[in-house]
Write a protein that binds this ligand. Structure first.
Ligand SMILES: O=P(O)(O)OC[C@H]1O[C@](O)(COP(=O)(O)O)[C@@H](O)[C@@H]1O
Ligand SMILES: [Mn+2]
Length: 651
């Protein structure tokens, strides 16, 4: 089995390690480093958080990230045992989550004397909490987590014991100076961010940041700021990566979804992609159509009637272009095995029926005025011009390119990390659990090799300058909607049927047998083994399929955890909750259930964490240390090398 693509974080770690190794050439320096590394191995394993299917729900996401999925409050409770009333504890926790908002509140509501006292109390508490959250890390790691402008002040406060009589005056003088020099607010904001970062050391996003919700761009901005992050791309993320790589089909699909969920502003305002031409064109050729009306989005802004009509027309225009472009790929790629998705040529000349597998279905909500009966997949000149402009805009949007570059550099099709296998969708199989995939040029890509192959093609199409309709580009769309795509995991994407055919039987997308098999421990063990992990100690973490109300997200004797709990609002009626975060820390694995997030204003007003329950997935018999992590294993290799070097020097 060849696993070609290792995640960026692992590569980065190795680079850092080997650069560091070159520094140790003397007995003294090697000895110091050996002591340092041996003691790092003994530290508790840092906390990882796993989230998936956030689908643009920035406010819910940032709330959970800021409160460390409830962990920040637990840390405060442990740090200040018995010292704070529940009310004070909650207020202090909200200062850590939302320092800017809390500072605005206190500066406007307290008298200057009260405010001074508030600063003295809270700076001191923050220092204690920072010290407590940092106790798991080396001093050097903590230093890197502190804003450079405040390293000196923070370290002086942290390491000078304010109970020591001699140091007391010094300690308080630093705080008084921070206040007097007008720096205390900045220091508080920085320290709260550091506490948040240290509480959850690493974030895994198991796919689907994009589509349906209003602010995926802001989620990416937060993650860029965190840096210690990885992504396993989801099918929706592929549309945006594909769009940035210049895939016209991906662009159509994502604009269609933005129109459907009333989110076109993401394109125009966040990414500076001008939709004027598309809007004017849609206005000329399309009318109102109930099936293409935008859904209300999560910010619950009701759309003005004129705007709703405009979006409805754009929605139809882009859908028709999408169906035409998809038809062209289906024809040139018989190896994708998707001929049954060729639908425009099955529409009757009077546009009233469609014939699918010998059945005639009535068409409703039709908008086929630009579909030529004789040549249904041909774009009109105007449609072609619009697509060309859109491709140009997507490939030249500075912010989109920056965001997608981050998703590329920190992302992969799957990830093996500290004994867990992270995959957004599935590993396609047949009914018997044999891996299936794509046959291209006589070679069948299945299992890990299918993932590696698709990833390589994504990277190729992303980096190539002459963007053509080549195989790599076509595979991007396959990753979104192909029957054996690990990211889609279903036989048919029935977008056309959902818009135009009332008979619900045609809407069935037929999930891959994997989704039944993943309940079975034997199958999951086989999967882990195939991806190079030890089935006895590892787990699979999946996203993509919302866990239905009354169904357990923990399957296969705890070997499989599905964490799509419905951050995406339209799916909360299916899941009955507001989302999950899986935490993996030195004590084991816990699944945190979140209540639906109403709004940031409501969360701050009602001081709610949106954490309802914590379910234990796995408890460790003895607290896990860095030695038992991937990083620990690399450190052990390094220790071995350093010891060898030391022996040679001593000879
Ligand atoms: O909920 P919508 O907007 O109708 O979209 C449904 C489509 O989304 C999909 O579920 C894919 O999106 P997910 O990855 O979020 O499941 C398709 O299978 C389906 O055709
Ligand atoms: Mn998905």
């Amino acid at each position: 089995m060849s696993i070609k693509v290792e995640a960026i974080c692992q590569k980065e770690r190795k680079n850092i390690m080997s650069n560091r190794m070159n520094k140790y050439k003397t007995v003294a320096s090697i000895t110091t480093e050996l002591i340092n590394l041996e003691s790092i191995l003994k530290l508790p394993k840092p906390t990882e958080a796993f989230m998936s299917d956030i689908h643009g729900e920035f406010n819910a996401f940032q709330h959970v990230v800021r409160n460390g999925s409830g962990n920040v409050k637990s840390k405060i409770r442990d740090c200040f045992q018995g010292e704070l009333t529940n009310e004070t504890l909650t207020h202090f926790a909200f200062l850590v989550y939302y320092p800017s908002e809390q500072l605005t509140e206190v500066t406007s509501s307290l008298s200057s004397q009260e405010l001074h006292q508030w600063y003295l109390t809270n700076v001191q508490r923050l220092i204690r909490l920072l010290g407590y959250t940092a106790s798991k890390y080396t001093r050097s790691k903590l230093r890197k987590a502190i804003n450079p402008a405040f390293v000196y002040v923070t370290e002086e406060l942290l390491y000078s014991d304010n109970r020591d009589q001699d140091k007391q005056a010094y300690y308080w003088a630093i705080i008084e100076n921070l206040i007097e020099l007008g720096q205390v607010d900045s220091w508080i904001k920085m320290t709260c961010a550091t506490i948040q970062h240290l509480t959850v050391d690493h974030i895994h996003i198991v796919g689907d940041i994009y589509d349906r919700g209003p602010a995926p761009d802001k989620i990416v901005d937060v993650l860029i700021d965190r840096q210690s992050v990885d992504f396993q791309w989801g099918n929706h993320d592929i549309l945006w990566l594909g769009g940035a790589a210049g895939s016209a089909i991906c662009i159509c699909n994502l604009i269609r979804i933005c129109a459907r969920y009333n989110n076109l502003t993401i394109l125009e305002d966040a990414y500076g992609i001008n939709l004027r031409h598309l809007a004017r064109f849609a206005e000329r050729y399309y009318q109102d159509n109930l099936a293409f009306r935008p859904k209300s989005n999560s910010s619950n802004l009701s759309v003005e009637e004129d705007e709703a009509k405009e979006i409805t027309k754009i929605h139809q225009a882009i859908s028709i272009i999408q169906f035409k472009l998809e038809g062209a790929v289906l024809k040139r790629r018989p190896e994708f095995n998707m001929e049954k998705r060729l639908l425009l040529d099955k529409i009757s000349a009077d546009r009233k029926y469609i014939t699918l597998l010998g059945h005639n279905y009535t068409l409703s909500n039709t908008c086929f005025q630009l579909v030529d009966v004789k040549n249904p997949y041909a774009l009109t000149d105007e449609e072609q011009a619009i697509i060309d402009k859109l491709v140009m805009a997507f490939t030249h949007s500075e912010k989109l390119q920056r965001h997608m570059k981050f998703l590329m550099s920190h992302g992969s099709m799957y990830l093996r990390y500290n004994n867990n296998l992270l995959i957004h969708g599935c590993v396609p199989t047949d009914e018997q659990g044999n891996f299936i995939g794509l046959i291209l040029n006589g070679h069948e890509y299945v299992g890990p090799e299918l993932f590696d192959f698709l990833e390589q093609n994504l990277r190729d199409s992303y980096s190539q300058t002459n963007r053509k309709d080549n195989l790599s580009m076509d595979l991007l769309w396959y990753m979104w909607a192909g029957p054996n795509s690990p990211l889609f995991g279903k036989q048919n994407m029935t977008t056309f049927e959902r818009y135009f055919i009332a008979d619900k039987a045609t809407h069935n997308e037929n999930p891959n047998p994997y989704y039944q098999l993943r309940h079975n421990e034997k199958f999951v063990r086989k999967l882990l083994g195939a991806f190079g992990l030890d089935p006895d100690t590892s787990h699979v973490v999946n996203g993509h399929t919302p866990v239905k109300k009354g169904t357990s997200p923990i399957m296969a004797n705890k070997k499989m955890v599905v964490i799509d709990g419905g951050f995406s609002r339209p799916y909360q009626k299916v899941t009955g909750i507001g989302g999950y975060t899986l935490l993996d820390n030195s004590f084991g694995m816990q699944l945190v259930t979140h209540e639906p997030f109403i709004s940031k204003v409501a969360a701050i007003r009602d001081l709610t964490d949106i954490v309802s329950t914590k379910r234990v997935v796995e408890t460790e018999e003895k607290r896990r240390t860095v030695a038992e992590t991937d990083m620990g294993r690399e450190i052990q290799v390094q220790i071995k090398e350093l010891k060898q070097r030391l022996q040679e020097l001593k000879k």
